[in-house]
Design a protein around this ligand. Sequence first.
Ligand code: Q46
Ligand code: ZN
Ligand code: ZN
Length: 301
Amino acid sequence: MKCRVCRGPAVIDLKRHNANFCHEHFVAHCEEQVRRAIHHFSMLAPGERVLVAVSGGKDSLAAWDILTRLGYPAEGLYLGLGIDAYSDDSLAAARAYAEPRGLTLHVVDLAETHGFTVPGAAAVTRRSPCGACGLAKRHEFNRVARDLGFAVVATGHNLDDEAAVLLGNTLRWETDYLARQHPALPAGRGFARKIKPLYRLGEREMAAYCVLEKIDYQVDECPMAAGNRHLGYKETLNELERRSPGSKAAFLFGFLDRMLPLLDPAAHAEAADVHPCTECGEPTTGDVCAFCRLRERAATA
Ligand code: Q46
Ligand code: ZN
Ligand code: ZN
């Protein structure tokens, strides 16, 4: 197996690209995919500061690493969700990445800052843990970005994640969600810009990147994820990909290039009639935002 670029020994084969790469040229390939993503969707201005939402997993650490390599001053934000040992190990992985590299990691703990945890909130509200978790992440990433003066938040969503979300939204024809499944949601009315610079890179590529670049990441999946629909969609797409390499990328990139522009561009912006939450000041369509309502219920339980 030879590297497509230098003909030296390859360390990875990428069937979708019909290519093998050595370590050096695989890293260059990952950089190039992120550069293309940033360029294609005007995600970042040259040298723009960016806050990376870091979970301690391979994707968010790789996103932070590649953005830094490409010259963007990137700081990390870790949100402690209170999911027992999983959260402790995730924070340890994020710290172990940031500290030796002299990178700034901001840490916010839901229990310390807001008096509740994701499992606690899920139990009180009888919502799925992932519902409460997603709400808390959206709120806190936006709030902290604003507090720290960042105009843009990057997340580690990769091609596999985005294709799985797309499949779920398509199966139910969730047109509002589809219109907002954009790799770069513009800022507006109190919302920071949100970008997904890894959307052109798959899960396997990100794991390989971390292993090759000696980035120790949290390997365990969140225990709350077991049985959620998202995992089922990923498995279905992996089966399709096995039979027909490239289907996942064709599905997602085709949607982004041909379908997304047809959906209402206004839907890219968060809801039009938003104003500051009376409790926390974050944008909301009601008086009190969903996060503050969740916090009140969870804290008084
Ligand atoms: S962390 Fe949170 Fe995920 Fe765990 S509770 Fe669900 S959403 S599965 S990315
Ligand atoms: Zn090479
Ligand atoms: Zn609020």
